[in-house]
Each structure stands twice: as C-alpha cells, then as structure tokens.
Design a protein around this ligand. Sequence first.
Ligand code: 13P
Ligand code: SF4
Length: 342
Amino acid sequence: MTVEETYLKMKQKLSRLIPDDEIRYKAEIAAEINQLKKERNAVILGHNYMEPALYYSIPDFVGDSLALSRKAAETDKEVIVFCGVKFMAETAKILSPHKTVLLPAKEAGCSLAASITAEDVLGLKEQFPGIPVVTYVNTYAAVKAVSDICCTSSNAVKVVASLDTEAVIFIPDEYLAKNVARETGKRIIFPDDTHPSGAALDHPIIGWHGKCEVHDQFTVDDILNVRKQFPDVLVLAHPECRPEVVEASDFSGSTTAMIRHVENTKAPRYLLLTECSMGDNIIAANPSKDILRMCSIRCPHMKEITLEDTLGALVNMQYEIIVPEDIRIKAARSVQRMIEIG
Ligand code: 13P
Ligand code: SF4
C-alpha cells in the first residue's frame, strides 16, 4: 500500500479524532512499517489499548490478551512484533519459542506484573499446600512457570470453574480475584489476613494485593456523577476495576468484550471505565455512538508503544524478548492449559 493509500485508509477512521497533518505524518511511518513487515516476514499484533493511529494502520490482528495469545501461537511468520506491554510479548515468546518476538519499547511494564515474583508464589504454595495456583496473564514468565494455569479477564471465571477444586490461589490482581469470587459465589481471603493456614480453610479463593494502576483510579462516584448528568448512560467497566465499581456498572468484560458490547447494543450513550485510547478506537469505528471516557486515566506503559518505536523495532530488530528455556517450558504448560479451556 502506498503512503497515499495508507493515509486515505487512516483518514476514513481517524478524521474526527486526529488533525489531518498528524494523520499524514503517521501514514508515512505506517506505510514504511507495513513495507518492512513484509520484508522481515513479520506479523504485528496490537492490543486494544494502542493509540488510534497505530491501531488503525499497522496491526495484522488486534484484540484482547487472550485473542492475541492465540494469534501468537498460530502464526507462521518468523517475527512477531508485539504492540502491547512486556508480559504480552513474553506470552507470545512462551508460545512461539522459535520465532523472534520484538517489543517496540525497552520497558513497557505493568503494575500487576510488577506486583508479584516467583518467590512470592512459592511462599503462597508453602502457606497453602495442595491448592492450585491460577495466574492472571498480566505476570512475567517466571511467575507463570510456578503456576498451574493462567487466565485472562475474558476466561477467569471459566478457568476457576474448570479446576473442580474447593479452593484456588488466584494471583496477582486483588480486584479481579474479588470480582471472580463474586461471580462464582466463593469467599475470598488474603495471605496476610489473620486466619489459620492450611488446605482445610473454609475460604475458597486466596488472593494477592496486586492492582492495575489505571483501573484502580475509577470510583463509584465517577459512575454516579455521570449517571446524574446522563441517566440513560450504559456503563462498562473492565474486571480489573474495584468490585464496587464493577457492581455499579451495567457490563463488565475483557477489552474485546467491552468493544463487542458497544457494537451490539443500542444505548443512547456509553461510559467506558478503562484505558482511554480504547474509547478513541471505539469512537473511530462507531461514529454514530456517543462514547464517554475519562482521558485523564491512561496506561503509561501502553503509551510507550508508538509508531516511531515500532518502525525502530523492525529496522533494528529490537527489543528482542528472551525467556530462559527451563522457565519457558514450565510457563508454556500454564498458558497452553488456559488456551485449551478457551
Ligand atoms: P484484556 O485481557 O481485557 O485485553 O486486558 C489486558 C489489560 O492489561 C487490561 O488492563
Ligand atoms: Fe497493566 Fe493496568 Fe496497564 Fe493493563 S492498564 S497493562 S493492567 S497497568
């Protein structure tokens, strides 16, 4: 596709969101990336939180963590460029060890992934022997390697139900664990609560105090204030939000589930409680829908991934994700087990 064709394609989606000069500038970079992508036999995976100009120009596939894990496992390309954060690129490497996996920014972290180490998980296993460990994909490979199974926000309840055990350790997102506990009718405790330890506990979900620094910021007052102004608003919250926020919302689901819900319903307006760029992407695809979002709340780690850096990634083949093979093999078991469940 020429620069002009790329520009016209981007303009169609982005003209209401981005000034024309910026679309032209970004189309030039996008066209160069798409050309280089072919030369390098690469696939570009883009998370739903990518900024609109990137989201609508270079990814071969966009989606939530689960969908992108599946695409990473299926691709026949030699290079995977992951436009998302580091734990997502690591998951791609875990599933495709013979491919070169590139993350366009050196450090695109995640407060949840940073909240727990493999040593922490081993400590939990010692404190609660025999209880399976369900680990949110927002963690690093070493943590996945000492877990029994992974989950994402779109299959967490299904994964917990699949284990067919009374108790589970669910790490590291405190709010996701509480939201899963509410949905499955289980009780939740934390390792630092005062209680006797051991497998005989009457508390089926054992959580951890990790939090998403983005979703932690939404409050019930935010919802009430918007509802006061727009009583007909439909509120969607990501399951990493506080349980009281999820409860005060009308719908909760993974990033892709939120997108589909907006597409498949006919509310007068929507409030999205998640990273703001995703709201922009939804507006671009649904120009007739009234989408409210709080753009003071952004993920600083996702924002590290830019078109300029993605071009740099393909030019210099950087930053390559490396996972030691012994850790990768163990982590792959937990991720594959999740993918088999769906
Ligand atoms: P999804 O799996 O819903 O895409 O969420 C990933 C994430 O990091 C949300 O903050
Ligand atoms: Fe991590 Fe939250 Fe950013 Fe998602 S939005 S990548 S959970 S810090």
